[in-house]
Design a protein around this ligand. Structure first.
Ligand code: FAD
Ligand code: MG
Length: 355
């Protein structure tokens, strides 16, 4: 018996030594991380990606970057675009006024239900049925660099008519189908990039990516960790000088950050800035004393929708809305001052230069 114990003791020691050296081997040869980067355009905006992946991992970093872009393009072409005939939203708009609703994916149905939830909570400040008003202002035309002298301000009568053809409560979501009344048009411009972040996160999880920061226009996803440690820094643009940041958010992985600002798309005429964030109660660019709103949440659709809604509501009502959804908010006001939720203070660092 003693012998046996002694023997097993030796065997155990042997196993421990072997395990020890195996562990050493694993640590000693631990695969190093590789950083890959890429910039593209999709959804009418710039997509930039930085991704860390361990060398020797089954899926190489470069092909993950490629898949991320394909994933955004699919979302645009098959689901969210009002411009591309293959997209579900395009088809819903085309069928407005018809008796039968359009068959939609479960994913789009759930996204539309979330949009309705935010429309209700924001008392209509956020409203995806403002498609006709967006077209009346020709906001896509501004993106293509419309000159101020070509820009025509829509008449009050035209805006009034377009307003009667909008209203989130007009969207009929039934099991499997979505229907719009005649003349009502959807526009997912305020949420598309946030929805893209949610899809991208699932892809990064699937490929066990080590760390990534991916920005789709004004919406940014932080994921995992940097191999060298430290936070992901997301800059907040200074609306008064868009070449500068007013500060940064220092974040761990797992956050979605969306910013809506009056500097993203606008035309200036006779000293007035006409921007792309529309107040559905007037049909005109929102005038709420705010120049930009940044929202921080764990979910891309909510961060994008809330940044638009909070811009229209202004800092006081917007702050209350963000808190209702457990989100953090940062407002840059017209006089250059900042207002933020208490929780945002934990992440926000003012730029050294105070810009
Ligand atoms: P956000 O505040 O997030 O959204 C503002 C946009 O939302 C406005 O431009 C308007 O479309 C809409 N909106 C305004 N007010 C409201 C409101 N009260 N409630 C709800 N929505 C509102 N742009 C192009 O120029 N060419 C394209 O080909 C193109 N394709 C696109 C395809 C898709 C699928 C999506 C989602 C967007 C596309 N865009 C395109 C639009 C563009 O990407 C962004 O919508 C635009 O840059 C504004 O985004 P933002 O983050 O600055 O503002
Ligand atoms: Mg938005």
């Amino acid at each position: 018996m003693k012998m046996f114990l002694e023997k097993t003791g030796v065997i155990r020691l042997g196993i421990i030594v072997m395990l020890g050296s195996l562990l050493f081997l694993i640590c000693g040869c631990s695969p190093r991380s590789k950083v890959v980067q890429r910039v593209d355009t999709a959804m009418g905006t710039i997509v930039s990606q930085t991704l860390y992946q361990k060398e020797g991992t089954k899926k190489e970093g470069e092909s993950i970057l490629q898949e991320v872009i394909a994933c955004i393009q699919n979302l645009e072409q098959e689901q969210l675009s009002r411009r591309l005939p293959g997209a579900e939203v395009y088809q819903i708009n085309q069928a407005a006024g018809e008796k039968e609703g359009i068959r939609v994916s479960e994913e789009l149905k759930m996204q539309l239900e979330t949009c309705m939830e935010i429309s209700e909570a924001s008392e209509g400040a956020f409203d995806i049925t403002i498609g006709k008003i967006v077209q009346l202002w020709d906001i896509d035309g501004w993106a293509e660099g419309a000159a101020a002298d070509e820009f025509v301000i829509p008449s009050d009568a035209a805006l009034e008519a377009a307003l009667t053809d909008s209203g989130y409560e007009k969207v009929e979501i039934a099991p499997g189908t979505v229907k719009l009344p005649a003349n009502v048009q959807m526009d997912m411009g305020a949420v598309g990039k946030g929805i893209a972040l949610d899809r991208i996160r699932a892809l990064l999880e699937q490929y066990k990516v080590e760390g990534a920061v991916i920005s789709v226009g004004g919406s940014v996803l932080t994921y995992g960790a940097k191999p060298e440690g430290g936070s992901w820094n997301v800059g907040i643009v200074n609306p008064a000088d868009t070449s500068q940041n007013i500060g940064v958010l220092k974040l761990s992985g797992g956050w979605c950050v969306s910013t809506s600002g009056d500097y993203e798309r606008y035309v200036e005429k006779d000293g007035i800035r006409y921007h792309h964030i529309i107040d559905p109660s007037t049909g005109k660019p929102a005038d709420s004393g705010v120049r930009s709103v940044t929202i921080l949440t764990r979910n891309g659709l909510y961060s994008d929708a809330l940044s638009t809604a909070c811009f229209i509501l202004g800092s006081e009502r917007g702050m209350a809305l963000a808190e209702q959804f457990g989100a953090e908010a940062l407002f840059v006001l017209e006089d250059g001052s900042l207002a933020m939720t208490e929780g945002m203070q934990e992440y926000f660092c003012l730029s050294n230069a105070g810009k």
